[in-house]
Design a protein around this ligand. Structure first.
Ligand code: NAG
Length: 500
């Protein structure tokens, strides 16, 4: 009984306590809200706390905006209202009228590219295309000037990338959303230099009797002069520029002057590492010359040639390995090893050869890379790479060991090492790699219009990976832009190594 009384007493005494506590809490909350609202601009705090205030000006967020009146007291949305007061809403309306050229729509894209309107002699003019009217560009909706075939095609990267930039301006065209052309260079992630340097080398590097300089050299000189006089170049010293020099001999003269830019290359074989390196530059695949193997129903047993090689003999470094291998492999019955580069009539033979082989050899030639690797991939012939200094495109995304065999040069020239090693790879392992080749081959296809996950898009993605470190470099570069250095001091105090 005593206990009960105690309990009921507790119950009674708890009620007013609870009531008191609730009332004070409510009053406290109300007073706090009142104080908050009467403060002049409390939303400043929240505005600054927003992860990305720009987010609120994208078109998708217009849905968000319409909700604002109902949830006005919520803190986040007060910040949106501030943005609206600043006129972000208006820019959105403008956007929908001008075909989406303003910056907001561009946020959907990975890479914003500003492209110089270089005279056509630097690009499509080299394809005998002539500009009409004021534009230096063909209308890619109606005319695509043809790129010359044969061996020229393997370095046609410049052509596909430029076309993709032009196509990004076609409204409502279905396209892979990687790159968009912007007309205001201050808004761009990268400044694209549309010089078809490989074609210029292939077409115009033979001196004519009356000229001291080849047309290719003259174009490069003109390009250097043009670029270094542009505001865009001056403000970054070219660091945010993108230049394509896929043919190992292209840009031979200009590369030493334009090196702060990011290059798109096939390898670094003919470059000093200060001019081109993995950190700064992008490796792009060759365009394969052998047609893609559609409906490949072959298998380990139906591909009767074990190892296939077709290539030129070089007298330089690579030539030694090729000759050594030739002597050690020439007596193997299921090995095809012949010299001679693929010419037009040779493509058909090489196609048949690669498609009926299990493995295709890639030996370093006069450069570490060659289109042979990409021909092998297109033929689903497992590449055997003997080229210690080879650079592979998109290697930050692709694990080449899943579909290629790498052999060190020093091992490959050991007697019987290579042939024994290749013979030791069984049907199951080979089939895994063959399947993987079919999975990855689209990364090496150049298309117009470009497709999701093709070589064009992969190159843009590789370029976009260079942008954050580039911006870091540029911002560091600008630290002292408001305080010009006294010249004597600048000479005496060198900047730390790799400062830029
Ligand atoms: C270009 O963009 C910058 C930065 O967004 C802007 O300040 C400038 O006014 C723009 N210039 C033109 C001509 O639109």
């Amino acid at each position: 009984m005593v206990e009960r009384n105690v309990n009921s007493f507790k119950l009674i005494s708890k009620k007013p306590l609870f009531f008191f506590f609730s009332m004070t809490s409510i009053m406290f909350l109300m007073s706090w809200l009142f104080v908050f609202r009467s403060t002049s601009r409390p939303h400043f705090i929240y505005h600054n706390l927003l992860p990305n205030s720009k987010l609120f000006s994208t078109p998708e967020d217009s849905k968000f905006h319409t909700k604002i009146p109902n949830v006005e007291s919520s803190f986040g949305n007060r910040a949106i209202l501030v943005d609206n007061e600043d006129g972000e809403d208006e820019s959105e309306t403008k956007n929908s009228n001008d075909g989406g050229k303003c910056s907001n729509r561009n946020d959907d894209f990975l890479l914003k590219v500003f492209m110089y309107d270089l005279p056509s002699e630097f690009h499509f003019g080299l394809l005998n295309w002539k500009p009409s009217g004021n534009s230096v560009w063909p209308n890619v909706r109606t005319t695509i000037p043809g790129y010359p075939g044969g061996l020229n095609l393997q370095h046609s990267i410049e052509f596909w990338l430029t076309l993709d930039i032009l196509a990004s301006e076609i409204p409502n065209a279905p396209k892979a959303k990687t790159v968009i052309r912007v007309r205001n260079s201050s808004e761009a992630d990268i400044i694209f230099v549309p010089f078809f340097s490989s074609l210029s080398y292939n077409r115009n590097s033979k001196p004519t009797p009356n000229e001291k300089k080849t047309r290719n050299m003259i174009l490069q000189e003109k390009l250097v002069k043009y670029l270094t006089s542009q505001e865009e170049w001056k403000r970054s010293k070219g660091k945010d520029h993108l230049i394509i020099a896929h043919h190992p001999n292209s840009m031979l003269d200009a590369r030493m002057k334009l090196w702060p830019a990011t290059f798109i290359l096939s390898d670094f074989g003919r470059y000093p590492s200060s001019i081109a390196n993995v950190e700064k530059d992008v490796i792009a695949p060759y365009k394969h010359l052998i047609p893609s193997y559609v409906n490949d129903n072959s298998n380990f047993d139906s591909r009767t040639t074990l190892l296939y090689f077709q290539g030129a003999i070089y007298r330089k470094d690579g030539g030694y390995v090729r000759q050594e291998l030739y002597y050690s492999l020439k007596n193997e019955k299921d090995v095809h090893f012949s010299f001679g580069s693929i010419q037009k009539d040779g493509i058909k033979k090489a196609t048949e050869g690669m498609r009926s082989s299990k493995f295709c050899l890639n030996i370093a030639g006069d450069t570490p890379s060659s289109n042979r690797l990409f021909d092998a991939i297109a033929s689903h012939c497992v590449p055997v790479i003997i080229s210690d200094a080879i650079e592979l495109p998109f290697e930050d995304v692709l694990d080449y060991s899943e579909f290629c065999i790498f052999v060190r040069t020093i091992d490959a020239v050991e007697e019987n090492y290579l042939i024994n090693f290749i013979r030791s790879i069984g049907k199951e392992e080979w089939t895994k790699m063959w399947n993987k080749l079919k999975e990855v081959e689209h990364f090496f296809e150049f298309n117009f219009p470009s497709k999701e996950g093709d070589a064009v898009q992969m190159i843009w993605q590789a370029v976009s990976h260079k942008v954050p470190p580039l911006k870091l470099k540029l911002n560091r570069f600008r630290r002292y832009s408001r305080s010009p250095p006294s010249i004597e001091k600048e000479l005496k105090i060198p900047l730390p190594k790799n400062f830029w």
